[in-house]
Ligand binder design. Structure first.
Ligand SMILES: *[C@@H]1O[C@H](CO)[C@@H](O)[C@H](O)[C@H]1NC(C)=O
Ligand SMILES: *[C@@H]1O[C@H](CO)[C@@H](O)[C@H](O)[C@H]1NC(C)=O
Ligand SMILES: *[C@@H]1O[C@H](CO)[C@@H](O)[C@H](O)[C@H]1NC(C)=O
Ligand SMILES: *[C@@H]1O[C@H](CO)[C@@H](O)[C@H](O)[C@H]1NC(C)=O
Ligand SMILES: [Ca+2]
Ligand SMILES: [Ca+2]
Ligand SMILES: [Ca+2]
Ligand SMILES: [Ca+2]
Length: 670
């Protein structure tokens, strides 16, 4: 009884607070595409009562306009003004900008704060209990706390598992020549542990409109997020400061963009910032993880993703790494987040030091892989650089998971610079490890032999496994991919309504596809699939959805989101899944809608289509049968390996080579 009294206001409070902050506001800013050059654009703008604020960076013929007679912020759009613009034949496209709520995915408030405090008090005891006999390979004082790079636990209680980064370092692969940028609230570029790797070419300030991404210092220190994410990737090694970045010789930059109003224009500029120079973008933010937001990239942000993929890395495509979200405790589902759901982003979830899905972790079908991050009270967090030249061992959430992946991909691109953005995704599917997380619920083997889980994607990233598989002497670039789309209306009558069944309501829709057989875009081996959904429903969050592939893989695309009370339904909303990776698309796909809430809902499914991506020809690495999993992965000691052969070397050999590396690094410093 007492419990109920305490809990109820807390839950209500979560709902109310988020409701207030997630209302977006239209601002007095329009993005418009007007051809004919700047003077022409200015004339057109002035005729309709606008002035040009500036050109949109990186987009030809796109301008940011301001109307001379519109309030600064309003909940309602000024449609009549937009119509005047779009009605002018010289204007190809125009859209009023909205100020979007974009939350950083590392700040876990309330419960998390208490967890952190309790953790601090408990820290010493925990360390003494778990971390005995830690050896230092680097003289960086916090390297010993980077458990996810080097698991030094003694005893048999836990398997010795880390991200297998050290074996890659011991081969002198440390991120050299690879450029990573962090899209966030700035980067303390002169931090002692970042300054040597800081790259001004990979940096800019979209909030301050200058090239210096230095964070704004305020008393609450809220703008430490970008600096923390950057350090995980590229803290310098062996300099006696903080810890060691995953790619400690990579170049690191920051795009300051979260410390102000976030609009589609701003996101577009960030996502393709210097895209012919930057190799990897890491983003640890997104739509509010409040359990009732459904939001994705706008027009310019979408274009920016496509441009980065098409033109970046000399046509091989940049790598976008995205944090999958921290809304697990409010039943959020990252299928409702269009940034993680993009086929162009590699979305990363967290596992705790205890190999568990953490309390904040979100489930969805678009997550590709997992790295370690914070978990419960006894679990260690992530080490990084902090504002004011400090260090921290308190970085948390999927915010901390994504940059670890960005660092690992920097190692991968140094090992094989010819990899395309799709090669990288194939490699992640081919090498990520499920064994350490096997005791978590939700694993299934898909029709192509891949183990998948909505909480972890293909599993934990294995840096050495990735680099081995990508060895330039054996990796063959994956073949060209195609897109094949089928509308459900072709094979079943829509709209449809859910029918009462025992325990709730249900609706099943079948979609048959040949996978565009005998056409130019024939697909035989799947990569991503996107189910595009239009549905009306009285309470959107009560509608859940499963997709069953012709080969029988059943994937949750929407879970019940208790706090999502919206009645606006889904409008052509893309739900992306990687769970049928490698399968054949041919046959009947089943869509199962469910409502088990017991609420008196009504609504209809109006339109569904299935877009499949994949190759006609089987990628080379899949030709010798399905992927083989190593059931003994948990037994693999992280220091065992210093060349392509996983198990053959003794740990002393590897320890020696590490020592040699250390000495070489040392001598380089002197
Ligand atoms: C590592 O590689 C770099 C550049 O590729 C080279 O300059 C350096 O000497 C190598 N270091 C070791 C220890 O082999
Ligand atoms: C970094 O620059 C800021 C502002 O110029 C300065 O206050 C700070 O002392 C510098 N930090 C270091 C480590 O040099
Ligand atoms: C930067 O430009 C945006 C619009 O382009 C404006 O809203 C903002 O106030 C400017 N910031 C600064 C610091 O000048
Ligand atoms: C379904 O959506 C497609 C766009 O993908 C659209 O062309 C079509 O008209 C829609 N059909 C219905 C019945 O709304
Ligand atoms: Ca600045
Ligand atoms: Ca360091
Ligand atoms: Ca989310
Ligand atoms: Ca994605």
């Amino acid at each position: 009884m007492t419990k109920g009294v305490v809990l109820l206001p807390l839950l209500l409070c979560i709902y109310c607070v988020h409701n207030v902050v997630t209302d977006s506001h239209f601002v007095n800013e329009w993005a418009a595409q007007i051809s004919g050059g700047y003077d022409q654009a200015r004339r057109v703008a002035e005729q309709h009562g606008y002035e040009i604020v500036r050109e949109v960076r990186g987009f030809d013929d796109h301008y940011l306009l301001r109307h001379n007679n519109v309030p600064h912020r309003s909940k309602r759009s000024a449609d009549h003004h937009t119509k005047r613009l779009t009605g002018d034949h010289r204007v190809e496209w125009a859209e009023q900008q909205e100020s979007k709520v974009r939350s950083k995915r590392g700040y876990l408030e309330g419960k998390a704060y208490l967890v952190e405090r309790a953790y601090l008090e408990d820290k010493r005891a925990t360390e003494d209990r778990i971390y005995r006999n830690i050896q230092n390979s680097f003289k960086d004082p916090m390297f010993k706390d980077q458990w996810y790079l080097r698991d030094d636990r003694q005893g048999t209680v836990s398997p010795k598992v880390d991200l297998h980064v050290m074996p890659v370092w011991s081969r002198n692969i440390t991120g050299r020549g690879v450029v990573v940028t962090i899209l966030d609230d700035g980067i303390e570029r002169n931090h002692t542990d970042l300054i040597t790797n800081y790259d001004p070419e990979a940096s800019t300030d979209l909030n301050g409109n200058d090239s210096d991404p230095m964070p704004r210092y305020d008393p609450t220190n809220e703008n430490k997020h970008g600096t923390r994410c950057a350090g995980e990737v590229a803290m310098a090694a062996n300099n006696g400061k903080c810890g060691v970045g995953v790619a400690f010789n990579a170049k690191i930059g920051g795009v300051r963009m979260l410390d102000g109003k976030v609009t589609d224009v701003l996101e577009g500029e960030a996502i393709k910032f210097n895209h012919k120079y930057v190799d990897i973008y890491s983003a640890s933010w997104g739509p509010n993880d409040d359990g009732h937001t459904v939001e994705g990239p706008g027009k310019l942000a979408k274009k920016a993703f496509e441009t980065g993929i098409r033109e970046g890395r000399n046509g091989k495509g940049v790598i976008y790494v995205w944090a999958s979200g921290n809304g697990g405790h409010v039943k959020d589902n990252c299928d409702c987040d269009g940034y993680t759901g993009s086929i162009y982003s590699i979305s990363i979830s967290s596992a705790s030091q205890a190999f568990e899905k953490p309390w904040y972790g979100e489930r969805c079908a678009s997550t590709m892989a997992t790295t370690y991050s914070s978990g419960s009270i006894d679990d260690k967090k992530v080490v990084s650089t902090d504002l004011r030249d400090k260090c921290t061992d308190m970085h948390t959430g999927t915010s901390a998971a994504a940059p670890l992946a960005a660092g690992i991909f920097a190692l991968l691109l140094e090992a094989n610079p010819t990899l395309t953005w799709r090669d990288v995704q194939h490699l992640v599917a081919w090498t990520s490890q499920s064994a350490p997380l096997a005791h978590n619920k939700g694993w299934q083997r898909n029709g192509a032999g891949f183990l998948v889980n909505t909480a972890f994607g293909f599993g934990l990233l294995d840096a050495a496994g990735l680099v081995d598989a990508a060895d330039p002497s054996q990796w063959v670039t994956v073949p060209e991919s195609f897109e094949c789309k089928v509308e459900a209306t072709e094979s079943s009558n829509l709209p449809r309504i859910l029918q009462p069944v025992e325990g709730g309501k249900m609706l099943e829709i079948e979609i048959f596809t040949s996978g565009c057989l005998d056409q130019d875009n024939e697909i035989n081996v799947l990569e991503h699939v996107i189910l595009t959904l239009s549905a009306d429903y009285t309470k959107r969050g009560d509608l859940s959805l499963y997709l069953v592939s012709p080969e029988g893989t059943k994937t949750m695309l929407l879970s019940q989101r208790t706090y999502d009370r919206s009645s606006s339904g889904y409008k052509q909303w893309p739900l992306m899944s990687v769970h049928t990776w490698g399968e054949s698309p041919r046959g009947t796909w089943r869509l199962i809608f469910e409502d088990t809430s017991g609420n008196d809902n009504s609504g209809s499914v109006n339109n569904v289509s299935l877009t499949m991506y994949g190759t006609k020809v089987k990628p080379e690495h899949m030709r010798n049968g399905p992927r083989k999993y190593n059931p003994d992965y948990n037994e693999v000691k992280n220091e065992k390996k210093d060349d392509g052969d996983h198990e053959s070397k003794s740990s002393s050999t590897a320890a020696e080579s590490l020592l040699q590396l250390r000495l070489k690094l040392l001598s380089k410093m002197l």
